[in-house]
Write a protein that binds this ligand. Structure first.
Ligand code: C5P
Length: 232
């Protein structure tokens, strides 16, 4: 990945229940934030038109839809997401799904991110779901399959980033949630890293939600994260 402005490494998660609240947050953050993640909650509350408008206004948009379906459906859905002007789209890291998404984005600038193993899963959850390997091995296996499929990057927890950067080398975008500035509440995130530590571990971009969107001064909170990124 080319050298990025520290500001462009921050992706703010707009995990908000309505388009009007998302619009108000984007207005408050102003020039401090260039990249937004729109997830399922906002998508199912009219957020796709909002995402299109946000992209047209010059912001970068990450649609966190975690697609997983038969190949044809994933391919066509991905093509429609590319039409919206999104920069990132997530899919689950199943080989058929990843290959279909890569076909669907075609020559558009959309970049596909694969979700290897949900961080809410541990080894026991994988056994229960019928898998014969633990989380660490499955993450590594799927990361290599993602690269093989032509996927552009991965969503990883902060503690996976270092090992995956070492495994994959510099080619893929490694994007990391679970970021908490040293001063912030952890919320329901159990394994967290500060922005600077995650960048040092090899992350390209960081997804930060509540530490910014629920701060008394969201813009100041975003600027503090960018400063921490720049320090790394
Ligand atoms: O508010 P917070 O900073 O915890 O938000 C992090 C965002 O990243 C949320 O949108 C959450 O769904 C997403 N995410 C995560 N952990 C993962 C994958 C996605 O926190 N493993």
């Amino acid at each position: 990945m080319p050298i990025l402005d520290p500001r462009d490494r921050l992706i703010v998660a707009l995990d908000l229940p309505s388009v009007s609240e998302a619009e108000a947050m984007v207005a408050r953050l102003g020039e401090a934030v260039t990249f937004y993640k729109v997830g399922m909650e906002l998508t199912y509350a009219g957020g796709l038109d909002f995402a299109r408008d946000l992209a047209r206004s010059g912001k970068k948009v990450f649609l966190d839809l975690k697609l997983h379906d038969i190949g044809t459906t994933v391919e066509k859905a991905t093509a429609r997401v590319a039409d919206l002007g999104a920069t990132y789209l997530t899919v689950h890291a199943f080989p058929q799904t990843m290959k279909a998404a890569v076909r669907g984005k075609g020559s558009s600038p959309l970049r596909i991110l694969a979700v290897t193993v949900m961080t809410s899963y541990d080894d026991a959850d994988l056994v229960e779901a019928g898998y014969a390997m633990g989380v660490k091995d499955l993450v590594a296996r799927r990361a290599l399959q993602a690269r093989e499929a032509g996927v552009d990057g991965l969503i990883l927890s902060p503690e996976e980033v270092g090992a995956m950067r070492a495994l994959l080398g510099p080619g893929m975008d490694l994007v990391t949630p679970g970021i908490r500035p040293a001063s912030a509440e952890k919320g329901d995130q159990k394994r967290v890293m500060t922005p600077a530590d995650a960048i040092r571990a090899g992350a390209d971009r960081l997804v930060v939600g509540r530490p910014i969107t629920q701060a008394a001064d969201p813009k100041a909170a975003a600027e503090a994260v960018v400063k921490d990124i720049a320090a790394a």
